[in-house]
Design a protein around this ligand. Structure first.
Ligand code: DP6
Length: 345
């Protein structure tokens, strides 16, 4: 007999960036972060997890290619999930002993993997959610977020829909470093996002390596994590609850720019944006300046692709402008809305 469960997990795009770890094994961050979970038909990971007595080894297929399950990140997630299942089986011996069976995991992204489009976030969130469903675990999304975090830091935020905070926590074991929801997608329903794929190439410096270089070598980094981010965290959380797009947008752009500034301040310097990215920044700055308000806010992760946040009422302006000013971008100029959480079970 084969037991199986499937799920899809959405991507999340940070508006206050996670960049730096105080513990590289547990993925414990040096600052708290905030993101928006995006719903889009074309941008998600679909994962099926299956367990059977007949399987001889744990196996993971990512986009049709067999990947190692022995990597520290995947092993940590599998070990934690199996331990939770084992405690259910110990309490109820009539349950099938799934914790002792090998797993087959099949995961498909329908967007460019590792191009700085949060694929690891959706990937690990889907892996954890699919196995938790297969094991019928009673744990809340917040508890599961601690497990997904060990797969990839940003993955902890994809277990929630809407507007999400990852609280950095203080404890050494990471038990207080988890994601919590700030507001649901219906609390601020007119938020929209556009994803501009400038390049689908694999990035040159992975986030894991880049953030280590920054934490070790950037003199600006300390100021960012100790002074700037704690204040921004409070103000941005409040702007979400108040639906204050002006403040939310200004902080989103400022934080993207500061994240890329500490990358440049690293030794060797790390570059993620390219000329097209910089054109997007100039364009949006110009439009906002002309309008005398934030019409759209840009943000860039560890890659050249832009994500724009704007309100529904401004969609004709924003999309019209992009078409006119950046006609060369390919069909990935996608509209997205804020996603609900992935239902459990
Ligand atoms: C720039 O979560 O990919 O997207 O924890 O090493 O897997 P690891 O890093 P990852 O880093 C994401 C960095 C970022 C900002 C963010 O999503 O907050």
């Amino acid at each position: 007999k084969i037991y199986s469960a499937s799920t899809t997990a959405p991507v999340n795009i940070a508006t206050l960036k996670y960049w730096g770890k105080r513990d590289t094994k547990l993925n414990l961050p040096t600052n708290s972060s905030i993101s928006v979970t995006l719903s889009q038909d074309d941008l998600r990971t679909f994962t099926t997890a299956a367990a059977s007595e007949a399987f001889t080894k744990d196996t993971l297929w990512l986009n049709g290619t067999e990947e190692s399950v022995t990597g520290a990140r995947t092993s940590a997630c599998l070990a934690e999930l199996r331990a939770l299942r084992k405690s259910l089986e110990d309490a109820d011996p009539s349950l099938p002993p799934l914790s002792t069976y090998k797993l087959h995991i099949v995961s498909e992204n329908n967007f460019p993997t590792a191009a700085g489009l949060a694929s690891s976030a959706a990937g690990f969130a889907a892996l954890v959610r699919a196995i938790a469903d297969l094991y019928e675990l009673p744990q809340s999304a917040e508890e599961l977020s601690r497990i997904a975090r060990q797969g990839s830091g940003s993955a902890c935020r994809s277990l929630f829909g809407g507007y999400v905070a990852w609280e950095m926590g203080e404890k050494e074991d990471g038990s207080d470093s988890r994601a919590v929801q700030i507001a649901t997608e219906t609390d601020w329903p007119d938020m929209r996002a556009a994803i501009l794929v400038v390049s689908a190439k694999k990035k040159e410096t992975s986030s894991t390596t880049g953030m280590q270089t920054t934490a070790k070598t950037s003199p600006l980094f300390k100021h960012r994590v100790e002074v700037v981010v704690p204040e921004r965290f409070k103000v941005m959380s409040k702007s979400i609850l108040d639906k204050d797009f002006e403040t939310f947008g200004q902080l989103t752009m400022a934080d993207s720019n500061q994240f890329h500034a500490v990358c440049l301040d690293s030794s060797p310097p790390v570059f993620y944006m390219n000329d097209v990215s910089r054109n997007v920044i100039s364009l949006i700055e110009k439009v906002n300046n002309l309008a005398g308000r934030v019409v759209a806010a840009y943000t860039f992760d560890a890659g050249p692709n832009a994500v724009l946040y704007y309100l529904e009422k401004d969609e004709p302006i924003v999309l019209g402008l992009l078409k006119a000013a950046l006609p060369d971008l390919d069909g990935w100029q996608n509209k997205a809305t804020v996603s609900a959480a992935v239902p459990d079970g």
